[in-house]
Write a protein that binds this ligand. Structure first.
Ligand code: ATP
Ligand code: MG
Length: 395
């Protein structure tokens, strides 16, 4: 009997030596969660996924979105080790495949099998050449690699795999808090952080009635895109209206953005500490706007001691857009809804803010109470991404 299965290659993870098991355990949990009730077997450190009939495409699609997987390999298990049967089966599986050159790789984990790997390789190669016309062997750059593993109980047959996302399994590096706006940069920053194994929660500052429900909805949609890679995502919504209005009323306008961002950082740091997040992640990109000059970043960053990770700090906008398109956040990000920063944006924001000025101006507002209230009144929702629904839509 021939059984269709999938196995996974881990790439970068397999170089992690002592930590390998730690990473794999988390990856396995993430995969189990994503695949629900699919049967998974383990064999010599390798994970075999046994899909039910017709589930293969959906499962492959799910695996394509899981960080930590280097390659997804659809394979076949044959429970008969008779050489002629193996040959016929391989030939059968090759029908319908388009390739001009090939090589055969044989691994013999059953050391009692009567023929050695080298002879098996030659034998399979000759058999394929005899039975399919116009083929050539190319060991260096074949258009198809045929892998045959003679195992103790069965034979594993597979061809080239599908590229996975790579990176580290989500959660393996702990938790981070993403400052998620409705823009292009922060979802990309979030995606890149998740890729490095950070499980994200997100924080969004809204300023009703200056910002609308539609703007919040846009952020929820972006969070949902990230939830695909993050398993699910907690979104904390902070009402920022009072703080922004007070800043607007009391502080010289060239310092509006600097001080507003210092407040955002302060709130994010408190929330991060409460939620056990080790870092703040945001979409700042050096030089993009006045608040992202090196001086601005320093003066803003000074109000927190938690590390702030800026995955797109050194990317050009076009590079960021390219990733945004790849992860399908771009079309949502460019929807024209106002953000809390854009409403209160001054004509001439300071490019080189001074820390002393910030401290002096901040004395003009009672920001500690306002921050306390904003956090007390936060709303938190958990957003999930159900790929099954999307898959149904595609069918
Ligand atoms: P993006 O940078 O995501 O395209 P943006 O350009 O509107 O959005 P900037 O003004 O460049 O945002 O702000 C830099 C970063 O600060 C954002 O990438 C985001 O991480 C964070 N940020 C800005 N506004 C908000 C907000 N309303 N809520 C949460 N985080 C925000
Ligand atoms: Mg930006």
């Amino acid at each position: 009997m021939l059984k269709k299965i999938i196995f996974l290659k881990y790439g970068e993870l397999s170089t992690k030596k002592d930590n390998r098991n730690f990473f794999l355990k988390i990856l396995n949990n993430n995969i189990k969660k994503a695949l629900n009730d699919v049967t998974i077997n383990y064999d010599y450190g390798r994970m075999f996924i046994i899909p039910k009939e017709d589930e293969l495409p959906l499962i492959i699609n799910k695996l394509k979105n899981i960080f930590g997987i280097h390659e997804i390999v659809p394979a076949y298990l044959l429970d008969n080790k008779d050489l002629e049967i193996i040959k016929e089966t391989v030939l059968d599986l090759l029908k319908g495949k388009k390739f001009q050159t090939f090589k055969v790789e044989v691994k013999r984990s059953d050391k009692n099998y009567p023929i050695n790997s080298m002879d098996l390789r030659k034998d399979f190669g000759a058999y394929i050449l005899k039975n399919i016309n116009n083929l050539k062997v190319d060991v260096n750059n074949p258009s198809l690699t045929i892998n045959i593993e003679i195992r103790v109980k069965e034979v594993l047959i597979y061809f080239d795999g599908i590229k996975g996302l790579g990176g580290y399994p989500v959660s393996s590096l702990g938790k981070g808090l993403l400052m998620l706006s409705g823009g292009i940069d922060s979802p990309v920053a979030g995606y890149l952080a998740i890729k490095r194994g950070i499980k994200l929660e997100a924080i969004y500052f809204e300023s009703p009635p200056h910002t609308s429900e539609a703007a919040l909805d846009k952020v929820k949609k972006l969070a949902k895109k990230l939830a695909l890679y993050n398993n699910d995502i907690k979104l904390h919504i902070i009402n920022f209206t009072e703080i922004q209005e007070e800043i607007y009323k009391n502080i010289p306008h060239e310092y509006l953005i600097t001080i507003m961002r210092r407040m955002m950082y302060r709130i994010s740091a408190i929330l991060a500490s409460r939620e056990n997040a080790k870092v703040i992640v945001n979409g700042e990109s050096i030089g993009q706007v006045a608040s992202q000059t090196l001086t601005s970043m320093k003066v803003i960053n000074e109000v927190v001691s938690i590390p702030v990770i800026r995955p797109v700090a050194c990317f050009d906008k076009l590079e960021i857009i390219e990733i945004a398109k790849k992860i399908d956040t771009y079309d949502v990000s460019i929807l024209p809804y106002e953000d809390c920063c854009t409403i209160f944006v001054p004509d001439h924001p300071v490019i080189n803010p001074l820390k002393e000025k910030c401290l002096e101006y901040e004395k003009l507002i009672n920001y500690e109470d306002m921050i306390y209230n904003a956090i007390k009144n936060k709303k938190t929702i958990t957003i999930t991404h159900n790929i099954e629904e999307e898959f149904q839509d595609l069918l």
